[in-house]
Ligand binder design. Structure first.
Ligand code: FAD
Ligand code: DLZ
Ligand code: SF4
Length: 508
């Protein structure tokens, strides 16, 4: 009997386990643009267009490679609207009696495929360096699952930046050389941007018509949609931005949405690039003397360390992970996240570039939008949905651990040893946003005080029971407790006024 080989929109890799297992001579590849995947959260139009355009390109490449591909376009009249619906329709059409697929990156879809009324074999996704079994055995018996130790295992496993048994440069981690604020006159090179071809042009018209009301600008559309283009984007990053990547990894500047970041996560997460090849390209730049160790080590750590680690946590912790709310925060996500008016220059910059490019870099996600949501007591489920919707690189396996765990501390400390919270001082140190802000970052209370300053203490105060025993937070509580009682009261009252304004839908 013939089988169906399912290829999802984030599985566009020629070496995919399902394609390796399939038989070109008798099996049919199923690829389907379906409304359910575009709307289970209301994805950014650029993200939908990227996925659909890249799916169409990949299907054509598979056909050229000799595969029979049953491809469904979104507007096809008989489109069943969901992945499982499409599989059942194609099974009836072709007479196939079973499905082979590579494990999807979200429990939601794994669950649907597991319960589909057709025999389905789910193969492991070996585009990652660590299998579930390897991660589980690393995690087994450990009191805390800190990324740094896992990362060292991955360095040993891949041999990246290793000199025998020792790390290149004599250290595993060069972060103390990184995290510099950026001078205002630097001129980062923008990522490589591509003119839409005819295939992408058709997709843009389709997405405009069907999902034009989702948050985000569809045009100008500039993402790579083929592996060849994604490789060009990678080479461009290695040549122009990698050398400075480490120095300014945490820096933010007005009008510079990309800084020295790679903008490769959308391509890595869709399968257009492989993590190892990207790291090897960075390592080669170090070996040729084109990029320093602090940049290359920092970059490789993000991919073989953080990226693999968060995936490990997502699958280790299970389907309920994304719904955790350890701090029991309940506030609705403020309208400024959807482009509503705000006087906060940092929030406006992060949201504006997210709307424009479906991209913000790590520190904007963690210390601006994430920090504000956490301090303001927003429901982490709503925060998580927002990140899943608005970023071109967001799939739950990578988004949920970063948001629910790292950013919102809603997993109770599985990923982060303490909440990532800060007052305005951090944003002021790492960016130039405060200079152009209606609020004063140096002002701690009263009209015009930076909202991060008051909300920071409000957060600590309202979560005292849960957090004050954390040894890494002792200093923060000691500072709060040393503050004059009258001042503490004023800070809390000012913070409450900010929260009341958010609740009333007033501009903050
Ligand atoms: P660079 O800064 O140039 O880093 C290089 C690569 O390292 C990235 O392409 C990415 O593949 C990897 N990487 C770096 N940090 C992480 C990380 N923490 N977790 C996983 N991979 C990492 N990343 C996603 O891919 N999808 C998400 O949905 C996502 N949501 C996030 C939400 C929050 C609240 C935070 C704090 C981080 C999130 N990240 C997410 C991680 C990180 O912000 C992005 O991977 C990064 O900004 C992508 O841009 P870049 O390619 O320019 O990355
Ligand atoms: C995100 C997404 C979107 C918007 N559309 C499709 C689609 O039409 N067809 C498809 O196969 N995949 C799509 N995807 C990616 C899936 O949502 C993704 O495979 C799962 O979320 C698992 O990671
Ligand atoms: Fe953001 Fe506060 Fe600085 Fe304004 S003053 S940009 S709100 S940190």
């Amino acid at each position: 009997m013939s089988r169906l080989v399912l290829v999802l929109g984030d599985q566009l890799s020629h070496g995919l386990s399902a394609l390796r297992e399939g038989d070109k001579s008798r099996d049919t590849v199923v690829m389907a643009e379906v409304v359910e995947e575009a709307t289970y959260v209301r994805h950014h139009p650029k993200k939908i267009a990227l996925i659909i355009a890249a799916m169409r390109q990949f299907a054509a490449a598979l056909e050229e490679d000799g595969w029979t591909v049953a491809y469904t376009q979104l507007d096809d009249t008989d489109n069943a609207g969901s992945i499982v619906g499409e599989l059942l329709r194609r099974a009836e059409q072709t007479g196939a009696d079973s499905v082979i697929c590579t494990e999807p990156g979200e429990w939601r879809l794994i669950n649907k495929l597991t319960h589909a009324p057709i025999k389905t074999r789910i193969l492991s996704d070996d585009r990652f360096l660590a299998s579930h079994a390897e991660f589980e055995s690393w995690a087994e018996g450990r009191k805390s699952l800190r990324m740094e130790y896992f990362y060292r295992e991955m360095r040993r496993k891949t041999g990246l930046l290793m000199e025998g048994d020792d790390p290149a440069g004599g250290q595993w981690n060069f972060d103390h050389d990184n995290r510099k604020p950026a001078p205002g006159d630097i001129d980062p090179k923008a990522p490589l941007m591509f003119e839409p071809d005819d295939i992408t042009g058709d997709v843009l018209a389709l997405v405009e018509a069907r999902f034009g009301d989702h948050f985000g600008d569809l045009r100008p559309f500039w993402f790579a949609t083929t592996r060849a283009q994604a490789l060009e984007a990678m080479d461009h990053f290695i040549a122009h931005s990698l050398p400075t990547f480490g120095d300014y990894q945490d820096a933010m500047l007005t009008g510079q949405p990309f800084m020295f970041h790679a903008i490769l996560s959308p391509y890595l997460n869709m399968g257009l690039l492989e993590p190892l090849e990207v790291c090897q390209a960075a390592e080669a730049a170090y070996e040729k003397g084109d990029a320093p160790i602090n940049a290359v080590e920092g970059f490789i750590r993000q991919i073989i360390g953080w990226r693999e680690y968060v995936r490990g946590i997502y699958f280790l912790e299970g389907p309920e992970y994304a719904a955790r709310n350890a701090l029991k925060q309940k506030r609705d996500l403020p309208s400024m996240y959807w482009g509503g008016e705000t006087h906060m220059a940092c929030m406006k910059a992060a949201v504006d570039q997210t709307r424009e490019h479906a991209y913000a870099h790590h520190i904007q996600r963690l210390m601006v939008t994430g920090n504000f949501a956490l301090l303001a007591g927003v429901d982490p489920g709503q925060v998580s949905d927002w990140y899943l919707e608005v970023y071109a690189d967001a799939y739950e396996w990578v988004e949920a651990p970063n948001v629910v765990g790292m950013s919102q501390f809603a997993d109770g400390g599985v990923i982060a040893s303490k909440p990532y919270v800060s007052s305005g001082a951090y944003i002021n140190r790492m960016s130039d946003y405060c200079k152009g802000c209606a609020y004063k970052v140096s002002q701690k209370t009263g009209e015009g005080a930076c909202p991060f300053n008051t909300l920071y203490w409000h957060f600590l105060d309202r979560h005292r029971e849960r957090l004050s025993g954390n040894p890494r937070m002792g200093n923060m509580y000691a500072t709060w407790d040393r503050m004059d009682a009258q001042k503490r009261e004023t800070v809390l009252a000012d913070a409450s006024a900010v929260l009341d304004k958010l609740d009333a839908g007033e501009v903050v």
